[in-house]
Design a binder for this molecule. Structure first.
Ligand code: LLP
Length: 420
């Protein structure tokens, strides 16, 4: 369910015509719907309300825009961050430090220090080495860091290999059969208070079974750790619920997910933590683009748009599908390849796709671009960093400026020994 729909033949974000925003801000531009974000945040939170004690930490990596984080902070969301940069954003958005979870396999000593000083609520540590380092840093500051140990349950998430994280040979977490020993050793250190376990097996999951298998394994591990006399008060179940990118795809609903979690965790007696990203932000955003020209192909025409793989990387990186809709469709369809202007063939959004007929100057959107869209943008081919807009009913605001190639050029300099 989202709030992008046609009104009198023009695609709107809530009550705002997308063409009006494109005229004012230019293209390409991401547009987020505040009503959609709010709705998703509430549906997810309400689904989880059947569980006795929960904390939801939005996966900032999926959409770190400050306005997005602010909206979610108001909905009572914490944040799951994976860098000091994301931590700073979460705090700047008003998310309390104790509601922040710091994940990531490569946190640096500097990041750990800053996060301990900031009073971050939970460190999800991904190795014994990191736990030892965190304990030493916190102890040297006279502080205690609360931590969970991320465990790799060796479960196949059944998703794209590049976004699968829970198999034995993945870099994430510690091996399942070593986890109890590591937990015990870390629990004995000053400066760290081990309070639970964390798991995240992958993203864009279309089935609950792998999650259920992983959670059940985590429950067994929790019991064996408690049997050693150690305390577990928090279990972080990660994120990963997928969203439909095509009209006919069906994904587990938050309610089905919550029912599964309730069943598996019924006797755990912990605060359950969640790190959803895509399910909250995914279909809250679109990427608006203008057609540069339509070029004849040998068999299929090329629709060349002014958005490219630097603005929306997912199709080039993972072969992902994003629906393409004309902002003012004339009712006719044709089969075309949709490509961006970047000088490599991977800058392709779709091949041989049946789409609305478009011509040079027409506006179109790539749908379901609210998660892992703008956040993965870069400036390859010296293109601008794409701007972002948030719509709220008939109001809208630029929530991230376009960063022009000139500003990026201005941050570079030629060393003296190369100057004329
Ligand atoms: N927690 C952890 C530890 C994660 O690594 C991730 C995502 C999440 C939570 C949020 O997962 P979600 O609920 O959004 O599935 N760039 C890729 C997705 C990478 C996901 C990385 N980790 C894409 O565009 O599909």
């Amino acid at each position: 369910m989202d709030h992008f729909h046609y009104v009198d033949g023009v695609l709107h974000a809530e009550d705002t015509a997308i063409s009006a925003i494109a005229r004012a801000v230019g293209t390409p531009v991401y547009i987020y719907s505040a009503a959609t974000l709010t709705r998703h945040a509430r549906v997810f939170r309400e689904a989880l309300s059947i569980l006795p004690s929960t904390h939801i930490a939005f996966a900032v990596k999926s959409n770190p825009n400050l306005a997005v984080l602010k909206l979610l902070a108001r909905e009572g969301y914490g944040a799951d961050v994976v860098s000091a940069g994301e931590m700073d954003r979460a705090l700047a958005a008003g998310i309390p430090a104790e509601g922040v979870v710091f994940s990531g396999v490569g946190k640096t000593a500097d990041e750990l220090t800053r996060a301990v000083k900031a009073g971050i609520g939970q460190f999800n540590i991904e190795s014994e080495e990191e736990g030892v380092e965190l304990a030493a840093i916190a102890a040297s500051l006279g502080l205690v860091a609360h931590a969970a140990l991320r465990v790799n349950p060796d479960v196949d998430a059944g998703t794209h290999a590049k976004i699968s994280t829970g198999m034995a040979e993945n870099k994430f977490g510690v091996a399942y059969d070593r986890a109890a020993g590591i937990y015990a050793r870390l629990s004995a250190l000053p400066g760290i208070q081990m309070r639970g376990l964390a798991v995240h097996i992958g993203s864009q999951l279309s089935k609950l079974d792998p999650l259920e298998a992983a959670f059940a394994k985590m429950g067994e591990l929790m019991r064996s750790i408690r049997a050693q006399g150690l305390s577990i008060t928090h279990m972080d179940l990660g994120g990963g619920i997928g969203v439909p990118y095509k009209a006919d795809e069906v994904f587990p609903s938050p309610a089905e997910y919550a029912a599964m979690v309730a069943r598996v965790t019924a006797d755990w007696g912990v605060t359950l933590m969640f790190e959803p990203g895509r399910v909250i932000a995914g279909n809250s955003g679109v990427l608006v683009t203008e057609v540069v020209r339509v070029k004849e192909g040998v068999t299929t025409p090329f629709v060349i748009v002014d958005a490219a793989m630097n603005d929306l990387a997912r199709p080039a990186l993972y072969g992902s599908w994003h629906d393409f809709l004309a902002v003012e469709p004339n009712g006719e369809k044709f089969t075309a390849n949709i490509v961006g202007p970047i000088c490599e063939s991977s800058d392709t959004f779709a091949m041989g796709r049946e789409i609305d007929v478009v011509k040079a100057g027409d506006l179109a959107v790539f749908r379901t671009a609210g998660a892992y869209g703008a956040t993965m943008a870069n400036t390859y081919n010296s293109r601008a960093l794409v701007p972002e807009v948030m719509v709220n009913g008939d109001q809208w605001a630029v929530v991230a400026n376009r960063i022009d190639p000139a500003a990026i050029l201005a941050a570079e300099q030629v060393p003296d020994w190369l100057a004329d």
